[in-house]
Design a protein around this ligand. Sequence first.
Ligand SMILES: Cc1cc2nc3c(=O)[nH]c(=O)nc-3n(C[C@H](O)[C@H](O)[C@H](O)COP(=O)(O)OP(=O)(O)OC[C@H]3O[C@@H](n4cnc5c(N)ncnc54)[C@H](O)[C@@H]3O)c2cc1C
Ligand code: SF4
Ligand code: SF4
Ligand code: SF4
Length: 492
Amino acid sequence: MSDGKIENEQAETKYKYSFEYIQKKLEGKKDSFGKLMKEIIRTGICTECGTCAAVCPVLEWDPIAAQPKLIGKCTGCGICYNQCPRTITDPVQLIGEFKTGYVSNTNIPEVIGGQDGGTVTSLLCYLFDEHLIDAAIVTMKNPKKPWYPTAQIITTKEDAIKASGSIYTHSQTVDALMEAIRRDYRSIAFVGTPCNINAVDKMMNSPSGMLRYFMRANILKIGLFCMDSFAPESLYPMFEKDGIDLSKIVKMDINKGKFHLYENLDGEPVKSYSISSLHKYKSSSCNFCTDLTAENADISVGSVGSGNKRNTVFARTGIGAEIMEDAAKKGYLIIEPYTAINLNAVLNLAKLKKVSKYNIQKRKVFIVRDADEEEEMKIKSGPVSEQTKIIMDTRTPFSVKKELNETEKKLNLNVTNTSGFTLENLQFRIATIDDMFESNPWVTTIKELFPYEEVEINYPIEKLEGSVLFEAYSKDFGKIYSKSLKFAPKKE
Ligand SMILES: Cc1cc2nc3c(=O)[nH]c(=O)nc-3n(C[C@H](O)[C@H](O)[C@H](O)COP(=O)(O)OP(=O)(O)OC[C@H]3O[C@@H](n4cnc5c(N)ncnc54)[C@H](O)[C@@H]3O)c2cc1C
Ligand code: SF4
Ligand code: SF4
Ligand code: SF4
């Protein structure tokens, strides 16, 4: 045998060995080429590095499609997925660093309204009893507007118990924190969603952070896991339309892909919605959020990964771990060790969140219509509800930019959805206004327009100076926009 052949065979054996070794390591992980296609290639974030094709015997690089191509049977071993520079496979990248984890629940009989295991409320009770804090920032229901959040400074454990439970909306907790510091509270527990925790962390640690040099206080950051929150101005009216009396609801809960509403803490939900059906009510910022587990908190608390009425807890800092251990020792919490957490469940959800932003493509919809096309030339307008008026008085649903294309005799309108949520079954109508009469009306329907998604309309005009009427009608909100837009050639 020639030396070259031996070397080749050795290299082949080494390659086969490492392929099989990693295959074993990844067993049961369910990563596959399909996942690589879905998360990386179809979302357009593939760097075309070709690594996936280079490591797999049944993949080759397709230079025309500029993507890997299967040329044999995929075993679903996940090797390609785990080499790709764009996938997230390291647990630390998914849930951040932590010292130790627990499954925990309250050991305080008064904590009956805890969202899951009542861990956060019990920790606050412990911190007040032990005089470790002089105030805490929590989020309570606004007494005048059921289920609207109000961030509060509290100073007693009784108020901590009253504040228990989750409100699935944004809450301006940092404003309450600043107020507490101004009032000279110096040891403060701050409870917040990951975005709130990140704000405080930045204020405490970034070179130009307000809480780093000025207004100093000891702040214990208790982070809540968070997959998404909703815009109350649109979600709650929908609930009400569905016959729900929000003042009677005592608990809202997201569990296994469903949003449940309860009138009784121990009873069955009075109404449940699939989370996917509520997507359009999601706060727009949550579409771009990648932190599930409050990676910058001292203690992060959630429900995924632990059973019913229990919490998954990550103590990330030394002080966080000490507090958890001492609260359990002093009888405020019942804790089980890290191994009790179903870590895969947490990692899978964290992954879903890290990659979700890849699915948001800033689409641009072009509408280039022939004005002679036969279509319904009037948009359906129904009565506008009181709620619509409130929403549309407080939000600008669209940003409309116009540009005159003198050569092509077209008025280009760039319409961006600035409402903050997905608008479904939208109808846009444009018509030329000539001496108070309308002519050349265009009507077009758009199935869904994501937050900040843009539509470009190229509307033909007869004269280079004049005005058009632009109107929008939404299935959910009725007529939501009507504006007359003047146009004229630019002056030299
Ligand atoms: C918007 C949102 C989304 C969430 N999504 C998930 C998820 O996808 N997966 C998961 O495992 N867990 C999620 N959680 C966390 C979960 O709902 C519980 O808050 C967490 O498990 C702690 O439970 P607990 O029983 O210890 O809470 P409790 O003892 O009841 O204490 C909850 C504390 O949270 C505070 N709070 C309530 N609403 C807010 C708010 N909007 N902003 C800031 N603070 C608030 C309350 O003041 C209270 O102090 C979410 C929470 C929120 C607020
Ligand atoms: S067989 Fe190849 S394509 Fe299929 S998962 Fe394994 S490495 Fe990827
Ligand atoms: S390894 Fe990932 S980034 Fe590289 S070509 Fe394959 S899919 Fe694209
Ligand atoms: S999903 Fe992100 S941005 Fe939205 S509330 Fe939760 S932590 Fe904040």
